[in-house]
Design a protein around this ligand. Structure first.
Ligand code: C2O
Length: 561
């Protein structure tokens, strides 16, 4: 019994090896060129008109469609009033870390009236990813889908749908989002929640002044459809349902899954999901709806009203009122966990041993007012990993590393928190006051890394969507309470691969990835209000020994700070 399972494991790792080794040999399939012009325009939602920042005058921004293996070149012209960068969320960026996009991590911002060209090859990923601004709060309106189809001659590993639709979940503020975050940073108070969730930028029928613009998806009886869902919301994880229709998940974060059929999805901000549906119900109209999953153990004010779109059977556009799905309660952690625990990769390839083990506590914290301005309470709240709250540098960490510039960052991000405590119980006073710093963890090229993220009760426990830039990782374990290596259940056979994981509220999640890509890779909570308050760290992966394992020189138009 034992022997046969180790034979299976050996065979599986050989297949993994062959797959990984083959990918770089395949030539790039095509050159796909796009131009993004960043500008401003007035948009009205909830009876409130705001000047928002957009790409090519579109909100949500343009969908880019490529095939796996293509070389994507996007020339970004900043004709707007703010500094900007564009991040390609989930793209592995093999040896193209310069094109990754997070401000002050891999590049300096593009100032108004300037441009920068993002140039990279999309290898070994199929499904849906997305792009978004990666500076201040601009991603609220500067985002769009990145659809990666199989290369010519290859097909989906599931029945071909009759049509495909992008579905982008977002949030709307009756305010200028740049003012919202600037005010929060100036005062140290948490920024206010949005006024509505949105689907394809529309809040839908249950919000004022919205009914005429509700997004509609037109389907024909008996046909099947692929929904490419992107959760671009700023601070919300969301339940997603379609009245009376099941959904079959076939890919998450541009990684194929074993088909999983369900009537409810839980999508963390940052995650993308490809789901198949069949128009197999009584011809009519049905609401597609999304509602917040809010797990915080302290009160957060948010809108409980679902954002909606309408699934409309052809020939039934004026039929009676659409049916609304029943949503789980907003704090239904059991449903959220059940969904994320059910996902399985279609062709997993998990490293069975690890070179580098980290245990990272995640939580909020307070800093006193000597370093930064404060609200009247006299302390400001921050986010932290291992009790270090991340501070943006003035020039990008990658540029500083490449040029050998001292004093921009330090290499002492620790593998464990400063002390052990009952993470999900009482938190010692000293641990509520994290240190400020721009610290990275250095990784050896090709090392296998395991990180256990432990949610803590510093200020409050809440589900945090943790995103690792430039890599997919396997979610090898998760659970509630304090992580205990003796009792924790790991799945090293067929876990799901992701680029963003919801660490359960009052719980932990363990991930494994291979540091096979030289560069600086941001890790942060994809709740933008958390990330903006220092809920972040970065990995610095060193060059490998071969010339082909080294980060190339930066592009000549890389913005200067
Ligand atoms: Cu989609 Cu650093 O983020």
């Amino acid at each position: 019994m034992e022997r046969s399972s180790s034979v299976v494991k050996l065979a599986a790792s050989l297949v993994c090896l062959i797959m990984v080794k083959l990918a770089p040999w395949m030539a790039s399939a095509a050159l796909v060129q796009r131009k993004f012009t960043i500008g401003t325009q007035n948009e009205t939602r909830l009876c409130s008109t705001q000047t928002i920042v957009t790409v090519n005058g579109q909100f949500p921004g343009p969908t880019i469609e490529v095939r796996e293996g293509d070389n994507l070149v996007v020339e970004v012209h900043n004709n707007g009033p703010y500094n900007v960068t564009i991040h390609w969320h989930g793209v592995k960026q093999l040896k193209s870390c310069w094109a990754e996009g997070p401000a002050y991590i891999t590049q300096c911002h593009i100032t108004p009236e300037n441009k920068f060209t993002y140039n990279f090859i999309i290898t070994g990923q199929e499904g849906t990813l997305w792009w978004h601004a990666h500076i201040s709060y601009l991603r609220a309106t500067v985002h769009g889908a990145l659809v990666i189809k199989p290369r010519a001659g290859k097909t989906y590993p599931y029945p071909k749908p009759d049509a495909e639709f992008p579905i982008i979940l977002g949030e709307w503020w009756n305010a200028n989002v740049e003012d919202v975050i600037a005010e929060a940073i100036a005062t140290g108070e948490r920024p206010p929640e949005s006024d509505a969730d949105t689907i394809n930028s529309q809040p839908g029928d249950f919000f004022p002044c919205s009914k005429n613009d509700t997004s509609r998806i037109s389907v024909a009886s008996g046909k099947s459809y692929l929904l490419r869902i992107v959760n671009a919301a700023m601070n919300h994880a969301s339940f997603f349902k379609i009245a009376q229709h099941n959904m079959t998940v076939v890919a998450v974060d541009a990684v194929y899954t074993k088909p999983y059929t369900t009537d409810v999805l839980l999508i963390q901000p940052g995650n993308t999901m490809d789901v198949l549906i069949t128009a197999d119900q009584q011809p009519g109209r049905y609401y597609i709806g999304t509602r917040v999953y809010e797990s915080a153990t302290v009160g957060v004010k948010f809108s409980e009203i679902p954002a909606t779109a309408i699934l409309e059977y052809k020939g039934n556009t004026n039929a009676s009122e659409p049916l609304l799905p029943n949503f789980p309660p907003f704090n239904d952690t059991a449903s959220a966990f059940k969904f994320s625990a059910a996902l399985r990769s279609r062709t997993p390839c998990v490293a069975q041993t690890v070179d580098e083990e980290m245990f990272i506590t995640e939580g909020a914290g307070l800093v006193d007012c000597t370093a930064r301005s404060c609200p009247e309470s006299g302390v400001r709240s921050v986010g932290s990993f291992n009790n270090i709250s991340f501070v943006d540098s003035q020039i990008s960490i990658l540029q500083a590393y490449y040029n050998g510039t001292d004093g921009v960052f330090t290499r002492d991000f620790p593998n464990i928190p400063p002390q052990k405590f009952n993470y999900t119980g009482y938190v010692p006073h000293a641990l509520r006051y994290p240190e400020l710093g721009t610290k990275v963890k250095v990784l050896k090229f090709n090392s296998t890394v395991q990180v256990v993220f432990q949610n803590t009760n510093i200020s409050a426990m809440i589900n945090h969507p943790i995103h690792l830039h430039g890599h997919d990782f396997y979610l090898v374990g998760q659970g509630f309470g304090n992580y205990n290596p003796q009792t924790a259940n790991f799945n090293l056979d067929n876990p799901q691969m992701l680029n963003t994981v919801g660490v359960p509220t009052g719980g932990w999640a363990a991930i494994r990835f291979v540091a096979n890509n030289p560069g600086v890779w941001f890790v942060h909570c994809h709740f933008e209000s958390h990330s903006a308050f220092g809920f972040a760290m970065a990995f610095l992966t060193e060059n490998g020994p071969a010339d082909s394992d080294k980060l190339p020189a930066p592009p000549s138009d890389l913005p200067k700070c």
